[in-house]
Design a protein around this ligand. Structure first.
Ligand code: PMP
Length: 453
């Protein structure tokens, strides 16, 4: 008999280390191959090709190690290759890889729906449908709300991001790069003002009155099926709404028979320091959308909410071949277990305290940092041109570009965001230690000093 045991994967030291130019020669060679066969429409923020990842660190094919503050855009919340997630997914892969829940069901799908019913806000009967991606969850949330209400219109907020499918392209605020040239788009989508305290200076009640005024005037509640809102806007730049804004919108929706949907695709699954960020604003949405962090890196997304709304669809109206795949579901069950066992909500709050304190120290030193904001492991800085912090708060996107490049050269992976491209965001997994945060902030400090020169 041949030995089939494979060598254990090499350990990944939890430290940054750059040993070649970034990108290194092997990444450059792979990039050349990729350019020949991968659509130019798919870009990469940092074209270093990753070979291994564990905890908070990515290792590229040239042996460079990056401390990861992107987490695949907020996906590897429990850490890269989290052992319990890997074990659960591997075991499931060997047991049943696929049957299709709409043909022959399996327990793991039901377990995920039970966990979502337990952990999403609101003390009422809830049901879920599982799908593959965030955008697909948004699409399904809208379908369900339309079916439940019998109404046509969909409202979103300025600065929103909801995906790259046809309907969600129409729901995004920014045309470029998401929608440019890809029309025609879905109709009946309305963009209402949001709450952006740093720039609008409005209280939650004032901002809600403005949003409601727009919806009543431009759409009319009688035609509005749903209002879809990210409790903390992600791609838009981590806007934390003013207190009271979200509950006021929910009250108006409830009074007017409008389904209010929380897009918690980026902010959910423990990222913000509670299971779902809505909780922190006193908001109990009718429907909640999850994706990204829910399965530790495997594709899975969900629409969860009030049973009477979720049951509006006729049988066969919801589903899809890979939605709620058993391997993704097994991984998700392990993610929920890891959140409980490792008290990861507290870890998110630790990360918020360290990052916020460190970034506020940097803001005292560098006047291009206009705002430090966010919750849990979802923190950002908004950069403004020198000398404009107290006046016009003029966006400074070039600084974000330079800082992201500087950080990458020094082994720290940071992401940009923001309607004006002037937001630098931190979306680490919970494996990031305070030491790694301090280390990354010292790299950022040097980058900010280099900007000033
Ligand atoms: N909604 C929000 C708030 C998101 O952040 C994203 C992804 N960045 C999406 C929807 C779309 O998710 P996906 O890329 O999985 O389709």
């Amino acid at each position: 008999m041949t030995e089939t045991t494979s060598a254990p994967a090499p350990a990944v030291p939890q430290q940054r280390q750059i040993v070649t130019a970034v990108p290194g020669p092997k990444s450059l060679a792979l990039h050349e191959r990729r350019t020949a066969v991968v659509s130019a429409g798919v870009s990469s923020a940092l074209p270093v090709y990753i070979e291994r990842a564990h905890g908070a660190v990515l290792v590229d094919v040239d042996g460079n190690r990056f401390v990861d503050f992107g987490g695949g855009i907020g996906v590897t919340t429990v850490g890269h290759t989290e052992p319990r997630v890997v074990a659960a997914a591997s075991a499931q892969l060997a047991d049943v890889t696929h049957t299709l829940f709409t043909v022959t069901p399996y327990e793991e799908y039901v377990q995920v729906a039970e966990l979502l019913a337990r952990h999403t806000p609101g003390d009422w009967a809830k049901k879920s449908v599982l799908v593959n991606s965030g955008a697909e969850a948004v699409e399904n949330g809208v379908k369900i709300a339309r079916k439940h209400t019998g109404r046509r219109a969909v409202a979103v907020l300025d600065h929103a991001y909801h995906g790259r499918t046809n309907l969600t392209m129409a729901m995004n605020y920014k045309a470029h790069p998401y929608a440019t040239g890809f029309g025609p788009f879905a109709g009946d989508v309305y963009h209402a003002p949001n709450s952006y305290p740093y720039r609008d200076g409005l209280s939650g009640d004032e901002a809600a009155a403005r949003t409601i005024g727009y919806l009543e005037k431009v759409v009319g509640a009688a035609d509005l099926a749903c209002l879809v809102v990210e409790p903390i806007q992600g791609e838009g730049g981590f806007m934390v709404p003013a207190d009271g804004f979200l509950p006021a919108l929910q009250r108006w929706c409830t009074e007017n028979g409008v389904v209010m949907i929380a897009d918690e695709i980026q902010s959910g699954m423990a990222r913000s320091g509670s299971y779902f960020a809505s909780e922190q604003f006193g908001w109990e949405p009718d429907l909640v959308l999850s994706a990204k962090g829910i399965a530790g890196g495997l594709p899975l997304a969900a629409v969860t909410g009030r049973a009477e709304i979720m049951d509006a669809s006729h049988a066969g109206g919801l589903g899809g071949t890979f939605g709620g795949n058993p391997v993704s579901c097994a991984a998700a069950v392990a993610v929920f277990a890891a959140i409980e066992e490792d008290e990861l909500l507290a870890e998110a709050r630790r990360i918020e305290a360290s990052l916020t304190a460190g970034l506020e120290r940097l803001a005292e030193k560098h006047d291009v940092i206009g705002d430090v904001r966010g919750k849990g492991a979802m923190i950002a800085i908004e950069l403004v041109r020198p000398g404009t912090r107290e006046t016009s708060k003029t966006p400074y996107p070039e600084a974000v570009g330079e800082l992201v490049a500087h950080a990458a050269q020094h082994g720290v992976l940071l992401l940009s965001a923001g309607t004006y491209g002037n937001v630098l965001r931190f979306l680490p997994g919970f494996a990031v230690t305070d030491e790694l945060i301090d280390d990354a902030l010292s790299v950022l400090d040097d980058g900010l000093s280099a900007l000033a020169r």
